[in-house]
Write a protein that binds this ligand. Sequence first.
Ligand code: PMP
Length: 286
Amino acid sequence: MSRIAYVNGRYVPHGEASVHVEDRGYQFSDGVYEVCEVFGGHLVDERRHMERLQRSLRELRIREPMSRKALSHVLHETVRRNRVRNGLVYLQVTRGVAKRDHPFPGDEVEPAIVVTARSVDPRKAGRSGEKGIEVITVPENRWPRVDIKSVSLLPNVLARQQAEDAGANEAWFVDPDGYVTEGSSTNAWIVDRDGQLITRPADFGILRGITRTVVVELAEKEGLKLVERPFTVDEAREAREAFVTSATKLIMPVVRIDDAVIGNGRPGSIATSLREKFHTLAELDS
Ligand code: PMP
């Protein structure tokens, strides 16, 4: 089946979908994005993703490309046209197309918007969940505004490639004091010897992951003890469990950090149980 992308008001065949050479997203990474999971044909946590998108746009003073309702329609329509039951929908908004110059263009320049959707085989995702993933640690080298979900992801791309080169699946950034900030595209968590969940507070230094927010609520509901504080790499290496969260990986157990095996080298019971229960608490559209 051919894939369809939404580009600035039109649904076009994916292979022909393109943006202008002077799109500021292309030239300056002057834009923001969101990735929502699609589960059984439903968009997962759309409301929270749209709220975060609005915040990212506001922080960068990019206009909203359309109303929330219209945007929701485009997201659903892109999912529908691509016949995605399980997978992802990707949305990107940039400051628009203008003669290349660093300052913002005038108000006549409309933001540019792209939406794509694709299927992901849930069995494949299930298998990684059962096996767990390996992470490496890398020095934090990103700008301080990582709370904005900007398309400027070069340090994240380089860190992730470093992980791939090392035979691992994710890289955790570590700040100069030895504390883990987050993964290249995930939030980082550990479970200590007392069974306490520990994750970095989301006020600054990390992206406030939507999956993270749902897992905080889920942990409370399950009566788990949760502490929002930074943790060190040494603590993580000694942890009973570790895991990462994101809309694409959901709750993914971590079984190795650099050369340290976590727990018994198999996904931990808390991470596995949170993974199984995630969709009971995430908001699914009707
Ligand atoms: N941190 C970073 C740097 C990310 O790119 C992502 C994924 N977008 C996350 C955390 C997890 O966020 P979410 O749960 O909203 O996917």
